[in-house]
Design a protein around this ligand. Structure first.
Ligand SMILES: Cc1cc2nc3c(=O)[nH]c(=O)nc-3n(C[C@H](O)[C@H](O)[C@H](O)COP(=O)(O)OP(=O)(O)OC[C@H]3O[C@@H](n4cnc5c(N)ncnc54)[C@H](O)[C@@H]3O)c2cc1C
Length: 432
């Protein structure tokens, strides 16, 4: 290889980091890794931050630090405002324009509110560390306010609504139920915690629709066992500052609606002008390049990746990580004059952690179904692999995960202190 090959990666999440790590140290490869946050947010554990299990630092990985030993990777904390796939340029909010030999779009996803009135303004999504801290701050503030004024229970203060019966909604409901029913009574003796209600709402008839019926039923049983109320088969019609209205006419008074109801591609996907598929995701070829642009790739959650009989692979950490590594190899191949290869995905299965001693997993392409501690072991294995790109903390995660699975009611006092989070006060007189 003679001259340097310039690779610009937009997004430092699981996909972008995996790609940059694979290219780091490859002779002749120079990488610009651009991320607006400057750190990677490990989304699979955000609900643990939201429910005071983990600190924000546990799920946030500084990109500069991650690549400090890789001089061929330059990390830029900046916002990509425009992409020109024809000219192979990327424009940054700071005003710089970068030109690439290979462009990798790995900008991830964002919540999809499906134009539900009030949802964008009043619901709490769970897609970033900031979102998770907002949820935790709101839960803790509600308890603090009820301790000062128990009459707020009649205003729905202790009703927590989770929208979405997929893995995010199921995991969040389970963890929140354990927080409010098992942990909070020991913190706020003056709050009637037994009156707290976690209500999970989904438009479909079952939970975990991507899983088998048996797994969905198992999740439902486990959540009910933890006191979660399931409101299935009806969609959210409107969210206001103090209530949720469902399509069947039910009105639930609440001050916290967690939105796990769907996602769509990051805004930059539409701005790139590239062909979009389902959820606004960039449509890619089997080798992960964009049709007509052999040096432009899209990976992870921002991409619609066709695979075998499936119209697209699901938005999963393993898909993001593996597609990132695959594209790095394709770029190296192209720079040697070789043809890029179709993506081969090693299916790790799908899984969800429902709560203490309750997890569900469907492993491998044949979706072998397991529950309980075997599913927990599978969950842990997959998450440790995802975390392997993030550096050294593997041992502490194993310890934490075992604690969480076996003895979840331990919380650090710091994580239960609302004053440590910058949370806006709740206006209890609000009238929408
Ligand atoms: C709550 C939640 C729980 C999940 N749980 C699991 C799980 O248990 N198991 C599993 O396998 N998967 C899980 N997932 C899915 C998994 O986290 C994603 O598939 C994966 O993170 C996608 O990686 P990515 O790199 O494509 O996107 P992301 O990780 O979202 O990274 C995208 C990056 O791009 C940056 N960015 C976006 N736009 C711009 C721009 N214009 N300029 C600069 N930077 C930009 C963002 O700052 C971000 O860092 C979960 C997702 C969520 C939301």
């Amino acid at each position: 290889m003679s001259a340097d090959v310039n690779v610009v990666i937009v997004g430092g999440g699981l996909a972008g980091v995996a790609c940059a790590k694979r290219l780091a140290g490859k002779p002749g490869m120079r990488v610009e890794l651009i991320d607006r946050a400057g750190f990677q947010q490990f989304q699979p554990l955000l609900y643990q931050v939201a429910t005071a299990e983990l600190t924000s630092k546990d799920v946030r990985f500084d990109l500069d630090r991650l690549f400090r030993h890789h001089p061929s990777v330059n990390v830029r904390k900046d916002d990509v405002t425009a992409i020109d796939p024809g000219a192979m340029t990327v424009t940054l909010a700071s005003g710089d324009t970068l030109t690439a030999d290979h462009l990798v779009l790995a900008a991830g996803a964002q919540p999809n509110f499906f134009e539900t009135p009030g949802a964008r303004e009043h619901a709490f999504p769970l897609y970033s560390v900031e979102d998770a801290l907002r949820v935790r701050g709101r839960v803790l503030t509600v308890f603090q306010d009820v301790a000062a004024n128990p009459a707020l229970v009649d205003e729905g203060a202790l009703n927590f609504v989770i929208v979405g019966g997929g893995p995010t909604g199921v995991e969040t409901s389970g963890a929140l139920a354990e927080l409010v029913h098992d942990v909070m009574p020991g913190v706020h003796h003056d709050v009637p915690c037994a009156e707290a209600q976690i209500i999970l709402v989904d438009g479909g008839p079952t939970l975990l629709s991507a899983f088998s019926h048996e797994s969905g039923d198992y999740a439902a049983r486990q959540l009910k066992h933890r006191g979660v109320l399931l409101h299935l088969g009806t969609r959210v019609q409107e969210v206001t500052p103090e209530s949720v209205t469902l399509a069947d006419g039910t009105v639930i008074k609440t001050r916290l609606v967690v939105w796990g109801g769907g996602e769509k591609a990051a805004d930059i996907a539409a701005a790139s002008g590239l062909t979009a598929g389902h959820g606004g995701r960039i449509q890619v070829e089997p080798d992960l390049s964009v049709a007509g642009h052999p040096h432009v790739y899209a990976i992870g959650d921002v991409a619609n990746i066709p695979y075998g009989d499936e119209a697209a692979l699901p938005q999963l950490g393993s898909v993001a990580q593996q597609s990132g590594r695959w594209v790095a190899d394709n770029i190296v191949a192209q720079s040697r004059g070789e043809a890029p290869q179709p993506f081969h995905y090693r299916d790790k299965g799908i899984m969800a952690m429902i709560g203490t001693k309750a997890a569900v997993a469907e492993i491998g392409p044949h979706r072998h179904e397991i529950h309980g501690r075997f599913a927990f072991a599978a969950w842990l294995g997959v998450h440790l692999e995802l975390l392997s790109d993030m550096g050294s903390k593997i041992h502490s995660y194993v310890t934490w995960a075992e604690e969480f699975y076996l003895r979840p009611n331990h919380r650090s006092a710091k994580l239960l202190d609302p004053t440590r989070i910058d949370t806006p006060a709740i206006n209890w007189d609000e009238d929408s």
